[in-house]
Design a protein around this ligand. Structure first.
Ligand SMILES: Nc1ncnc2c1ncn2[C@@H]1O[C@H](COP(=O)(O)OP(=O)(O)OP(=O)(O)O)[C@@H](O)[C@H]1O
Ligand SMILES: [Mg+2]
Length: 305
């Protein structure tokens, strides 16, 4: 689906662009606007006069204060990731008035619209490489970076939206219960694995590290499984659900419980959080939760044994 378009780099105030060039130590010779993700600020590939290609994302706190905070948070996280984590490296952070801009190394590869078996394999490998690290001590427990995970319980209280929810919400809420405990761990977790947060070339690089945390080592792979279904596979919904099952079969049962929790999170957020800056997000959340229904129904049955 298409979102409210991101702002264009050319519309970023000139002093901000000049400050980015200054911090990078080279003039900007050309740029390509990027369209992935769901933030209102610009994301861009810059060609520098010294031949480098770099990535920059920026936002004004006046546009959306949350994204401003997330860029600052990500800048700090990139600096503490071990060098063996498949992530971009921070090159510069610029703050100018209400604006913040983060420049990182360019991650070669594509951010596609749909998963393929090759991109699933590459991203799964990148997740395993990242998750094999112990989380740096300053990262918070993952429970602090998971929001609205009691979505099924809240939906029951609020009134479920349709028959499917009425039938499944109770069992789903039971599956997710106690998530703060069973998601805990000391592995480095990216916590926001989605196709548009990856660059897949010969190998995959994980992008957008603002939510990194310490948690159970299977969380990113569970989120990958959910995203294959929610974002979609080039071979269609059945293939997506099948690939998610295949991934989840390699993981502990908690990974399946996590997928059920994500579906409830998207449902409750779609039902309760209006977004005036990017109203499409509610539609997107609802669509993700709906796409996950066949998988979630299956996982609930599995959980009951
Ligand atoms: N280092 C990079 N190299 C190349 N392309 C990148 C890089 N980082 C991000 N991108 C591209 O830019 C898009 C937006 O970047 P990113 O996901 O980091 O920020 P965001 O969209 O602002 O965050 P969110 O997804 O939380 O809204 C990505 O979907 C990806 O296509
Ligand atoms: Mg993103």
């Amino acid at each position: 689906m298409t979102f409210t378009p991101r702002a264009a780099w050319a519309d970023t105030p000139e002093p901000v662009r000049a400050a980015v060039a200054g911090a990078l130590g080279a003039a900007i010779d050309g740029h390509t606007d990027l369209h992935g993700g769901m933030s209102p600020g610009p994301a861009v590939g810059l060609r520098l006069a010294d031949g480098r290609q770099v990535f920059v994302k920026a936002v004004s706190a006046e546009v959306r204060v949350h994204n401003h905070a997330m860029i600052r948070q990500e800048a700090g996280i990139l600096d503490i990731l071990p060098p063996t984590v498949p992530a971009p490296r921070r090159l510069a952070t610029v703050e100018h008035g209400p604006w913040i801009a983060l420049a990182t190394t360019w991650a070669p590869g594509a951010t596609a619209d749909r998963w393929t078996d090759a991109s699933i394999a590459a991203v799964a490998q990148a997740c395993r490489a990242a998750n094999a690290h112990r989380a740096p001590g300053v990262l918070p427990p993952v429970a602090e970076r998971i929001f609205d995970f009691n979505g099924w319980t809240r939906l029951i209280a609020l009134g479920t939206g349709d028959e499917w929810e009425t039938t499944h919400a109770g069992a789903a809420a039971e599956v997710v219960a106690g998530w703060e405990r069973w998601t805990a761990g000391d592995a480095l977790v990216h916590r926001d694995i989605r196709l548009d947060n990856t660059a897949v070339g010969a190998r995959a690089v994980l992008l957008d590290w603002a939510y990194a945390a310490a948690g159970a080592p299977w969380i990113d792979l569970a989120q990958l499984a959910a995203d294959v279904v929610a974002t979609g596979h080039v071979l269609g919904p059945q293939a997506a659900t099948d690939r998610a099952h295949r991934l989840l079969r390699t993981l502990p049962p908690e990974a399946s419980r996590f997928v059920v929790g994500l579906a409830g999170m998207w449902s409750i957020r779609a039902a309760t959080i209006p977004d005036t800056v990017m109203p499409d997000i509610s539609v997107w959340r609802r669509a993700r939760s709906a796409a996950l229904r066949p998988l979630v129904a299956h996982l609930i049955d599995d959980h009951r044994g």
